[in-house]
Design a protein around this ligand. Structure first.
Ligand code: C2E
Ligand code: CA
Ligand code: CA
Ligand code: CA
Length: 233
């Protein structure tokens, strides 16, 4: 599924985040929160990752050709995937085979992972950046990171975690934190994305605070490719 990301400045669609789904015949639809960690444990995450990479790149290329646009694609990369020796070669090959520009692709990596393993992650991230991919720090604010490492990693974007957006209008501390994250992003010349935006009021506050991009049910739930094309063509 693909969840739209809207530019606050222009109010238009600029990208989508790919969110994997598992429809099991017996159990019905299963959330990635339920199965990604299991897939990691049983050694299936790389197969799932390769499937997600290829399918989403093909779909977005199709969207772009059909609508003559340059929609960006964000893909979630689990820690185990990132650290897999063949990860960089794999994703480079996939993008090349599919025929999509690396520059259109953002890889979302959760903050916690990087803190645990900065030394190991740094050269991998640098290689990805040098190949043209953009890198996004997902669930920002939920880890216990020091700010200094932000400058040492080639990060282009931070995503403010939904838990802070949920409390944005009701909790002064959350609003201060969101303001601070946006300020840090601007100072470090990173794009700032807010996820989990569900109401007009949250959207307006974030626009007022100069957040760059918005993603959430207020605009769209995750959509199938067909629904994305139907709505945004
Ligand atoms: P995430 O990357 O933080 O993704 C955001 C989650 O919040 C998604 O849940 C999305 O559907 C949901 N969401 C977006 N906007 C709203 C909103 O306004 N309100 C509410 N209540 N929820 C919203 P989803 O799709 O169930 O994914 C859960 C997590 O699973 C993701 O969290 C991500 O960490 C992981 N995931 C999803 N797809 C993949 C994938 O292809 N590969 C890997 N490795 N992980 C994935
Ligand atoms: Ca994400
Ligand atoms: Ca997130
Ligand atoms: Ca998350």
């Amino acid at each position: 599924m693909y969840q739209p990301q809207i530019s606050v400045k222009t109010g238009t669609l600029i990208g989508v985040e790919a969110l994997v789904r598992w429809n099991n015949t017996l159990l019905g639809p299963i959330s990635p929160n339920e199965f990604i960690h299991v897939a990691e444990d049983i050694g299936m995450i790389n197969d799932i990752g390769r499937f997600v990479n290829k399918q989403s790149m093909q779909d977005i290329l199709q969207f772009n050709r059909l609508t003559n646009s340059n929609l960006r694609l964000s893909i979630n990369i689990s820690p185990k995937q990132l650290m897999e020796p063949l990860f960089v070669d794999d994703i480079l090959n996939t993008a090349q085979d599919v025929g999509i520009k690396n520059q259109l692709i953002t890889l979302e990596i959760t903050e916690n992972v990087l803190i645990v393993n900065v030394k190991k992650a740094q050269p991998i991230l640098q290689q990805l950046k040098d190949s043209g991919f953009k890198l996004s720090l997902d669930d920002f604010g939920t880890g216990y990171s020091s700010l200094s490492y932000l400058n040492n990693l080639p990060i282009n974007e931070i995503k403010i975690d939904k838990t802070f957006i949920d409390k944005l209008l009701t909790n002064n501390q959350s609003e201060s934190l969101v303001k601070t994250i946006i300020a840090i992003g601007k100072l470090s010349q990173m794009t700032v994305v807010a996820e989990g935006v569900e109401t007009k009021e949250q959207y307006e506050r974030l626009a007022h605070l100069h957040c760059d991009k918005i993603q959430g049910y207020y605009f769209d739930r995750p959509l199938s490719l067909e629904a994305l094309i139907a709505k945004y063509k």
